[in-house]
Design a protein around this ligand. Structure first.
Ligand code: KG4
Ligand code: ZN
Length: 362
């Protein structure tokens, strides 16, 4: 086995506590994900305070399980990796402090990895991915991010654009909640849309100033206007937690709204991605992040591009530590290590100098 290739990776940036072991290739030897969906579903969204507490409760057991499933000891590891950002600061800190503790105890080098880079590297764990030449275009669409990133070499990125307000997954989750569907909204809207007529409503496909920027808050508002009783008093509102939830009109067909919303949102993603793919003459497009699980998005994007489109399997679309380990695998080979006093970076963007402050070269 080549030197410096076995990595234990930790991911706690949002609402999944995950640990994975990655070996040469990179290949996945284990990828344990403890989801908090049930915990947050009762609130209709991720509750940061509860998320960090749940991470703290399960991180040790999740990491131990990842080691057991990979059938290795700490002595077999060459490095540790952890998500340094972006994400919820309290959640990130649980993973970072756990990883720093392990680094101190074992003497292993530790790499703080950018979560968005991890989403991109989920493709390098995907069997169908034949590693096309650069440049590549990545569309990262999740609950927290909607980013179009040009990748010109391993670890070299240019952020072309992204959402100027809500992330794509956030829009799915908010509209899902508005329609009374369970959390997370993405899979629930996708399922509801199957019986719906997407032309029953015509929701806006937002234009933005930036050629590759996206905006979904207007779409969300348009859905709200179309389906709710206009506020004429308290009678039309019920409360859930601190938030007011508008009353749906009697004649609303949830399936039609879901289908029309999904159609509008995916159209916007496809248009920006196709534009960027043409302008930068990329070799292939990588679609990653939780929203990339959406079948309509995959289908439309595949049809709109005259290039290969690669998507990870579902288990690698949503947050997981294996993708962090895969990104670390390539970082490690370039000689990068994080100083042990590195801090969480909750709003860390993926750009050319992504590791300029985060990592020191040894
Ligand atoms: O990548 P992820 O697990 O976590 C973040 O980094 O945010 O993505 C979660 C997001 C949620 O907003 C969820 O509604 C969305 O991905 N999602 C979907 C689908 N499955 C998950 N959105 C649309 N269609 C789906 N099938
Ligand atoms: Zn993510």
């Amino acid at each position: 086995m080549p030197a410096m290739s076995t990595i234990l990776a930790i991911e706690t940036s949002c609402d999944e506590t995950s640990a994975a072991v990655i070996s040469a290739g990179p290949t996945r030897r284990s990828n344990v994900v403890a989801s908090q969906i049930d915990l947050h579903a009762q609130y209709g969204g991720v509750y940061p305070e509860l998320a960090s507490r749940a991470h703290a409760e399960s991180i040790s057991a999740v990491a131990a399980q990842a080691m057991t499933e990979a059938d290795i000891d700490y002595a077999d590891l060459d490095a540790l990796a952890v998500t340094q950002g972006p994400g919820l600061v309290g959640s990130l800190l649980v993973g970072i402090n756990f990883a720093k503790g392990l680094a101190l105890a074992t003497g292993l080098p530790l790499l703080g990895i950018n979560h968005l880079e991890g989403h991109i590297y989920s493709l390098w764990l995907t069997p169908e991915f034949d590693r096309p030449d650069f440049p590549l275009l990545a569309l990262i669409v999740s609950g927290g991010h909607s980013e179009l990133v040009l990748m010109t070499a391993h670890g070299v990125y240019q952020r072309l654009g992204g959402t100027i307000d809500d992330a794509a997954g956030e829009a799915f989750d908010k509209v899902g909640r508005l329609l009374g569907l369970p959390f997370p909204g993405g899979p629930a809207i996708e399922a509801a849309a199957q019986d719906g007529n997407a032309s029953a409503y015509r929701f806006p496909r937002a234009k933005t100033d930036g050629a590759y920027d996206l905006s979904f808050s207007g779409l969300k508002t348009a859905v709200m206007r179309a389906v709710t009783v206009q506020p004429s008093g308290r009678r039309n509102q019920r409360r859930r937690g601190e938030e007011r939830i508008a009353e749906l009109r009697d004649d609303v067909k949830i399936a039609d709204v879901a289908a029309a919303f999904q159609d509008a949102l995916t159209d916007a993603l496809v248009a920006a991605t196709r534009r960027a793919a043409r302008d930068f003459a990329v070799q292939a497009v990588l679609l990653t992040g939780g929203v990339s699980a959406n079948t309509l998005l995959r289908r439309k994007l595949g049809a709109a591009l005259d290039l290969p489109l690669y998507c990870p399997p579902l288990s690698l679309c949503t947050d997981n530590a294996a993708m962090i380990g895969a990104a670390a695998y390539f970082r490690l080979r370039t000689g990068f290590r994080s100083p042990l006093d590195f801090e969480a970076r909750p709003s860390w963007r993926l750009s050319e100098d992504v590791y300029a402050d985060g990592l020191s070269q040894v």
